[in-house]
Design a binder for this molecule. Structure first.
Ligand code: GLU
Length: 462
């Protein structure tokens, strides 16, 4: 075994960083941090047609957002094409691989079957040829998976495979083995869909005379219907979760538990704890189910754990985009509103959804609230009295305790339950039947705004 722990995340920039890839990156990162080793990034961009620089940027942005920092300059496979070719040719020279071409056969008029045949010596250097690795059919290839135990393949089932395409670009198998070797990778941690690639890669290591790294294959991530997680189940790209208002800490925690558990049914686990406890051998073999409700719950927990000032920085732009918050005074007001809402939100835009009425009086009253709370003919008179009592309170005294005192005293005076004042007042001030406590929300709204909103109701009601 190699002394130093070096692991890598090796995305192909042919698509976004999706949650499956992010979980793979995260386990590599946790493993490296736990072992005091290195976490590296390799961009597998040998497929020139399907790889784009934009996708590289998205992947990098997603990893950064999640806090999965790498320790050395990223490696781009497209920068080393000659190395792969030379190594493939070396295997040919040693009789372990051969030049080959395909015979395309018409099968049913439209389909063509590709059949590989070894090229004749006359063809070499004259026509474009691929290089195929020769798999010794009589043997078996096994390895000890850190998660799944001993896995054995019969070589006859593997069959010869292409390592260099006829355009001179390497296949995934070849490039992966060469880079993992030269990058000094000690452990390969990746999705279980790569298990069938592993014996091919081990055969290549042997052919080159290199020691293979250790392998750990992570269980699949499934949707709630137990089918492989896909677009059908909702967002799959990491940055979509960011845009949805999920905190990176919450997604990190959530992804870490998709297949691994720190024990004792713990669910909210700080990052440094995870680093301390992470053990690749304790990753389960069973597929993990992506439960969106659990992610939303975790997000709400992480939101509540944040300081109000931090939340302000995260939601300010959301309020600004809606034209709700402009100057410094609004900013201060938002800081007063955040603690009132923070217990109720699941994603960041919920702050706007649940709190827009602090910043605008242009809203309709909820219809069911109108029926329930404003129908009684006594309501306008009661609210007129409340408005009068409130206007006697100075701006400075307009605090939740004082407001409550005034309202309850009035209810007593009128011989009615306080609820008969509370519900209609909430509806008139916020348009809603539900929300934070009425007295604290009135304090945050401020004396003048409360009076103004009561007036505008009374004007309409008279
Ligand atoms: N580029 C491959 C992928 O995205 C890497 C697989 C590996 O880690 O070996 O699946």
């Amino acid at each position: 075994m190699k002394e130093e722990v070096r692991v890598r995340f090796a995305p192909s920039p042919t698509g976004y960083l999706h949650v499956g890839g992010a979980r793979t990156a995260l386990y590599n990162w946790l493993f490296a941090r736990h072992e005091g080793g290195k976490f590296l990034l390799r961009i597998e961009d040998t497929d020139r047609e399907r790889s784009t620089p934009e996708m590289v940027d998205y992947i990098v942005e997603g990893l950064r957002w999640l806090g999965l920092n790498w320790d050395e300059e990223p490696i781009f496979q497209s920068h080393h094409l000659d190395v792969y070719r030379e190594h493939a040719e070396d295997l040919v020279a040693r009789g372990l691989a051969y030049y080959a071409k395909t015979l395309e056969e018409e099968v049913t008029g439209e389909r063509t079957r590709r059949e590989w045949v070894e090229a004749s010596p006359e063809e070499i250097g004259k026509v474009p040829l691929a290089i195929r690795f020769r798999v010794p059919v009589e043997d078996e290839t096994s390895y000890e998976d850190l998660i799944r135990g001993l896995i054995t393949f019969r070589n006859s089932e593997i069959g010869d495979f292409t390592i260099l395409r006829s355009d001179g670009t390497p296949t995934y198998q070849l490039a992966c083995v060469i880079d993992d070797h030269f990058m000094g990778i000690s452990h390969i941690i990746r999705g279980e869909d790569h298990i069938p690639n592993t014996p091919k890669q081990i055969l290549l290591y042997r052919a080159f005379g290199w020691e293979p790294p250790l392998f750990a294959h992570l269980p699949m991530i499934l949707g709630p219907d137990k089918k492989k997680l896909s677009k059908r189940h909702g967002a799959t790209a990491v940055l979509e979760y960011r845009d949805m208002g999920i905190l990176p800490e919450a997604l990190f925690n959530f992804l870490a538990l998709l297949g691994w558990s720190p024990g004792e049914d713990r669910e909210i686990v700080p990052k440094d704890e995870m680093i301390r406890l992470f053990d690749i051998r304790r990753v389960g073999k069973r597929s993990a189910v992506f439960d969106m409700n659990k992610l939303l719950w975790m997000n709400s927990v992480y939101i509540r754990m944040k300081a109000d000032e931090e939340l302000l920085e995260l939601v300010l732009s959301l309020f600004e985009e809606k034209g709700l918050v402009r100057g410094e005074a609004d900013r201060e007001k938002l800081l007063r509103v955040i603690p009132l809402l923070k217990e109720r939100v699941r994603v960041l835009p919920d702050f706007v959804e649940l709190g827009f009425y602090f910043f605008t009086n242009r809203f309709e009253y909820e219809e069911k609230g109108v029926r329930k709370y404003l129908g009684d003919p006594d309501v306008p008179q009661r609210l007129r009295l409340l408005r009068e009592k409130l206007s006697d309170v100075s701006e400075n005294e307009f605090r939740r305790e004082k407001i409550e005192e005034v309202l309850r005293a009035l209810a007593e005076e009128l011989g009615i339950k306080a609820a008969l004042l509370i519900h209609p007042t909430r509806l008139v001030l916020t348009g809603r039947t539900q929300g934070p406590g009425l007295f604290e929300l009135m304090e945050a709204l401020g004396r003048n705004e409360c009076l103004k909103r009561l007036d505008s109701y009374l004007k309409r009601a008279s």
